[in-house]
Design a protein around this ligand. Structure first.
Ligand SMILES: CC(C)(COP(=O)(O)OP(=O)(O)OC[C@H]1O[C@@H](n2cnc3c(N)ncnc32)[C@H](O)[C@@H]1OP(=O)(O)O)[C@@H](O)C(=O)NCCC(=O)NCCS
Length: 175
């Protein structure tokens, strides 16, 4: 079942579950400790939970809690702190007019390849379109396994960039 983070009665508990999935899904984040670990979570998830909780989606199971989540933003140009906190955000800035919405999606390892990610992305695309966004984008590694997952959902390469020793690609979908 899909819900929005803003509707949760116990946001502290749900945030903890999102955090667990986040670090189970992030190789780079997992080597960090202390403040650096918190800051890393903050820029990929915490910012969205604190500032635009209506744009974050949860996939809930009756018995196991959160199986997957999507932190989203309908207007990337307005998310000013991300220009400072997300290392690639400034570099792709000229694409945010054409593809104003963006998101990050992760599923718990026990719930991958069951279609949950697809439902989260399609629901977000629907909400972003209703909110008036002209398109949606995401940024991933050029050789990342998840790239085919996005391409199956009609997110296609618009541009690439090499930053901090990472080869990145912006995938976009217009409505
Ligand atoms: C990418 C992800 C959100 C997709 O959600 P999902 O519910 O597994 O996806 P669906 O069941 O709708 O589609 C399955 C596809 O997801 C991708 N996928 C599955 N497991 C994956 C993994 N561990 N890492 C990356 N992509 C994965 C594959 O393309 C898979 O297709 P396949 O089963 O034919 O190989 C989810 O697999 C995940 O959380 N992966 C790890 C973290 C990640 O890559 N997040 C995206 C950051 S940009």
């Amino acid at each position: 079942m899909i819900g929005r983070f803003v509707e949760e009665e116990n946001p502290v508990e749900i945030r903890a579950q999102i955090k667990e999935i986040f670090f189970l899904s992030s190789r780079r984040g997992n080597v960090l400790t202390g403040v650096a670990r918190e800051q890393f979570f903050g820029s990929w998830a915490g910012y969205y939970l604190d500032n635009i909780p209506d744009q974050t989606l949860l996939f809930k199971t009756p018995s196991c809690g959160i199986a997957g989540y999507l932190t989203g933003c309908f207007n990337s140009l307005a998310a000013h702190p991300l220009y400072h906190d997300l290392f690639y955000y400034q570099a792709f800035d000229k694409w945010y007019k054409q593809y104003p919405a963006h998101f990050h999606v992760n599923c718990h390892p026990n719930f991958r390849s069951q279609g949950i990610g697809k439902v989260l992305v399609e629901t977000f695309v629907g909400y972003a379109s209703q909110a008036g966004a002209a398109g949606v984008h995401l940024v991933t590694g050029t050789g990342a396994r998840n790239r085919q997952f996005y391409e199956r959902q009609k997110f296609f390469k618009q541009t690439t960039c090499r930053l901090n020793n990472a080869n990145l690609v912006l995938l976009g979908r217009v409505f």
